[in-house]
Design a binder for this molecule. Structure first.
Ligand code: SF4
Ligand code: SF4
Length: 70
């Protein structure tokens, strides 16, 4: 059985799932560096992410995560 691929959007530090995200803005509001913004229905990572993982931990839909360092 084929496993459906998850259409993640990759930024510098953050990966975001536009299908699972319900645009509740919890991640935008909890980010201590104002790194995340909602623009035209898309969550965008701007500058200053400190990889604190708060957005990942508080997202109720598992729709955002910090990309592991390679
Ligand atoms: S907290 Fe999760 S569901 Fe809410 S806007 Fe952020 S990524 Fe989307
Ligand atoms: S990891 Fe922390 S600093 Fe980076 S976007 Fe998420 S909440 Fe903001």
């Amino acid at each position: 059985m084929a496993i459906a691929s998850i259409p993640l959007v990759y930024y510098k530090n953050i990966a975001w799932n536009p299908l699972w995200c319900k645009r509740c803005l919890i991640c935008v509001e909890i980010c201590p560096k104002q790194t995340l913004v909602l623009r035209e229905d898309i969550i965008i990572e701007e500058e200053n992410c400190i990889r604190c993982t708060l957005c990942q931990r508080y997202c109720p839909d598992l729709a955002i995560e910090v990309i592991p360092r390679r």
